[in-house]
Design a protein around this ligand. Structure first.
Ligand code: ZN
Length: 426
């Protein structure tokens, strides 16, 4: 595959930073014509940036729709754009979002502090700012894996610290070898990482298959208690949980009554009971109900759905719900709520025997979320690195993350080296 210097103004053939030349393919015709960037993963990896940044940058520059979250790894821009033009635009991306502003070296890491994008240069040690007025800057800040406003973080950190004190724990998942987790701070923005898309090498594939195989085996020994009493009991528990989740969420800025969420959850469970199985409640019906309740944009909706649209066969059900979920999980905050709901589903909503079995499936569940792009790699890593009391008791939250380790390790190993060097502030 033809390579080119990351800085094309440097003609030195021994320049050490290289990337593949952009390869594109025009597909369709008329209004449906589009450009597929065949090797975007590889190019983005050479730049140590997520492919979503690059495709979005192209989209902004060309004034064209670009899908930053493709379901099938096909990176598409609407319209016909030839590779050499895209290569020229890529120069702009590199100069604005990759090269150190001081020494022009491309070996930089992105971190975001107070909605400012900072490039941390490995070569000269300078930290320089990216122009915040660029459209892609806004996209990056809005889609960062870590929580939003600093003020809110501080508030939450204080709250966590207070709770942790009361419990005599340090409030973090200290047992796990999470990178950069040497201090007790609740918030993981010190990681400063912008994780790369995983390269799909054989080892990754093998592990993924192993996880899937495990899941299939595990799915076989299921005997669900579908008796009316059991379902009624679960419905009751679940309603109580929705209430509690909403109460816990009260400090947030998304204000609306608990009743809509409770109504959604109860409606799904009741309909499932009526039809004999939750799988019989169709995506269209659920979507219609969500819209009817006017909560299709709410992150809490994602938590409720994680608790209500699956049963013990969740691993096999994820693909059938992926499209519906993708249309509702629209930000990092939604992703986190969806994971929180999953914690409740796995760790709270069922009897203890069922919970045990569900916990064994956690790696496969998370893998399913990742595979169907319901939750970003960065969000999954941030989630895995810190236990939280937001949705379940801290002890349950910790246990769930312990069970998630095989998946989290797989995710970790699927990326390039020197990713783990966290940049410790002061
Ligand atoms: Zn530098």
């Amino acid at each position: 595959m033809a390579t080119v210097n990351i800085r094309r103004d440097i003609t030195d053939p021994f320049y050490r930073y290289k990337m593949e030349k952009i390869q594109s393919k025009i597909e369709g015709k008329g209004n449906g014509i589009k450009t597929v960037i065949v090797n975007l993963n590889s190019v983005a990896q050479s730049l140590a940036r997520p492919p979503a940044y690059v495709i979005k940058y192209f989209g902004f520059e060309l004034g064209a729709q670009a899908n930053a979250k493709p379901t099938d790894e096909r990176w598409i821009i609407n319209g016909a754009h030839d590779a050499s033009k895209l290569q020229d635009y890529l120069d702009g991306f590199i100069s604005k979002f990759v090269l150190c502003k001081k020494c022009k070296n491309p070996e930089t890491e992105v971190s975001i502090k107070d909605d400012k994008i900072i490039l941390d240069c490995k070569a000269c040690g300078q930290r320089t700012d990216v122009d915040p007025r660029l459209k892609l800057s806004t996209f990056i800040v809005r889609n960062q894996p870590k929580a939003g406003k600093k003020e809110k973080k501080d508030k939450k950190a204080r709250r966590e610290a207070k709770k942790a004190q009361a419990n005599g724990t340090n409030g973090t998942n200290g047992d796990d070898a999470s990178p950069g987790d040497s201090n007790g701070s609740e918030h993981d923005d010190e990681d400063g990482d912008e994780a790369l898309e995983a390269p799909s090498d054989d080892e990754v594939l093998r592990q993924a298959n192993a996880i899937e195989a495990d899941a299939e085996i595990a799915d076989d020994d299921w005997a669900i208690d579908t008796s009316a009493e059991a379902v009624a009991a679960r419905t009751k528990d679940l309603s109580a949980d929705f209430n509690r989740a909403v109460v816990l969420d009260d400090g947030d800025d998304e204000a609306d009554g608990p009743s809509s969420y409770e109504e959604l959850g109860s409606w799904i469970l009741a309909t499932a009971e009526e039809k004999g199985s939750v799988s019989a409640v169709t995506n269209d019906e659920i979507e219609k109900k969500v819209k009817e309740l006017l909560i299709e944009s709410k992150h809490k909706t994602c938590a409720v759905l994680a608790q209500s649209i699956f049963d013990e066969n969740i691993v096999a059900q994820i693909p059938t719900r992926a499209k519906l979920l993708k249309s509702l999980i629209t930000s990092e905050r939604h992703e986190k709520a969806f994971l929180g709901g999953t914690e409740r589903f796995v760790g709270v909503d069922h009897d203890s025997e069922t919970r045990q079995t569900l916990k064994k499936k956690i790696p496969a569940i998370l893998h399913g979320y990742y595979e169907h792009e319901l939750v970003d790699e960065e969000t999954l890593k941030a989630w895995g690195a810190k236990a939280s009391k937001k949705y379940v008791k801290l002890s349950i939250s910790k246990e769930i993350r312990e069970k998630a380790q095989p998946f989290l390790e797989w995710l970790e190993n699927a990326e390039t080296e020197d990713e783990d060097e966290s940049s410790d502030e002061e």
